[in-house]
Design a protein around this ligand. Structure first.
Ligand code: MG
Length: 370
């Protein structure tokens, strides 16, 4: 039997990274990435890195809530075995209900430690293979002229799919997509995301009107809690429906699958509580014949690297929306997933392979628990 590792300390960092421009979705506006980095130390010199990037209107967590939660979670796992990820997750889930984003930072750091301890990149630790894949790039809510200009820009850069934020009025949302199609032609796939912005009738009417525009799928047309109407929206349109805010963990995945509520799942570590539960969601999806996407909030390349390894390891994850990094003015991350336009390549460095530049970390407020 191998000698277990022990968690000897946790550092919690408040990290703000500016965006090129504000990011607007139907339910909120984000001016900069307000992340929390978690660094978990062990007695064998191995440490793991995790990131939380909370979207308060979605998970109910802000950066300050995440920092407070991180201190409590750190005290909870101090002195324990980081390789028993099952137990650590059980403990964290039981102790701190909801708060999936900060729990995901700890889960991600534990997987990073496990990979480093095993000498394996995360995708191999998860029993999967290595593959490069593409992320789309997202356009914020804006005037039809603005979104068309952005779409042309993304097309010129070489992106292979464009995601457009909608969820306002039928007239404006249809005008946005019309304007984009007129500017970029028919070929490039367009994915749309209403972020719960429509009510049932607006969703049905808007999606009907958007059917001729080659929409690959629509994320979360209506309120997250309205599973029954999500199924009815799905039945009313030829556009595929992807559950996002309706899907946090594997319990939601089961209910959505049994209810026939959607065609696809959008898994985000920030909603599932990390990789451990994300794997359960994907397993339920495979059982139900549902393909997945892995999406993001607006994490740096650190959180995105963990997500990228998950995508690589599980071919049932057919789509990736890991574009948070593309919004940022700075890249404080060393190593990790590399971006060539929208093509993401992971490395064979043990763990998720990403770390934060020590100079950047030094500039962040920090709380240590030991
Ligand atoms: Mg979404």
């Amino acid at each position: 039997m191998s000698e277990n590792l022990k968690i000897t300390g946790i550092e919690i960092y408040k990290a703000d990274i500016p965006f090129h421009e504000p990011f607007r979705i139907a339910i909120m506006e984000i001016l900069c990435a307000q992340s929390v980095f978690v660094k978990i130390f062990t007695d064998k010199g191995i440490y793991g890195m995790g990131e939380a990037n909370p979207y308060w209107r979605i998970t109910g967590e802000t950066q300050s809530i995440n920092i407070a939660g991180a201190v409590d979670l750190a005290k909870l796992i101090l002195g324990k075995d980081p390789l028993n990820i099952e137990e650590r997750n059980k403990e964290m889930n039981k102790y701190l209900a909801f708060n999936s984003t900060i729990r995901s930072a700890f889960d991600m750091a534990l997987y990073d430690i496990a990979g480093k301890a095993a000498g394996l990149p995360l995708y191999a630790l998860l029993g999967g293979g290595k593959r490069s894949f593409w992320t789309d790039n997202t356009i914020s809510i804006g005037e039809p002229e603005y979104v068309a200009k952005k779409a042309v820009d993304y097309k010129k850069q070489g992106f292979q799919a464009i995601k457009v934020k909608l969820g306002t009025t039928k007239e404006l949302d249809v005008a946005r997509i019309k304007s984009i199609r007129a500017a970029i032609g028919d070929k490039l796939p367009i994915r749309i995301d209403a972020n719960q912005g429509w009510d049932f009738h607006t969703a049905v009417n808007t999606l009907k009107a958007l059917e001729p525009f080659g929409i690959e799928y629509c994320e979360q047309p209506i309120a997250h809690w309205d599973y029954d109407n999500l199924r009815r929206v799905r039945e009313s349109t030829t556009i595929a429906i992807m559950a996002d805010e309706s899907l946090f963990d594997h319990h939601d995945a089961y209910k959505l699958a049994v209810g026939g509520c959607c065609d696809y799942f959008n898994i985000k570590l920030a909603k599932s509580g990390g990789i451990h539960n994300a794997l359960k969601i994907n397993a339920i999806a495979e059982g139900a014949g549902i393909k997945c996407m892995v999406g993001c909030m607006t994490e740096t390349r650190l959180g995105l690297s963990a997500a990228a390894h998950l995508v690589s390891a599980r071919p049932n994850i057919q789509y990736a929306d890991l574009d948070g990094y593309l919004f940022m003015k700075e890249d404080p991350i060393i190593g990790g997933a590399q971006y060539n336009i929208g093509e993401i390549t992971i490395t064979d460095t043990p763990g998720h392979g990403a770390d934060v530049d020590p100079a950047f970390l030094k500039s962040c407020e920090m709380i240590a628990v030991k």
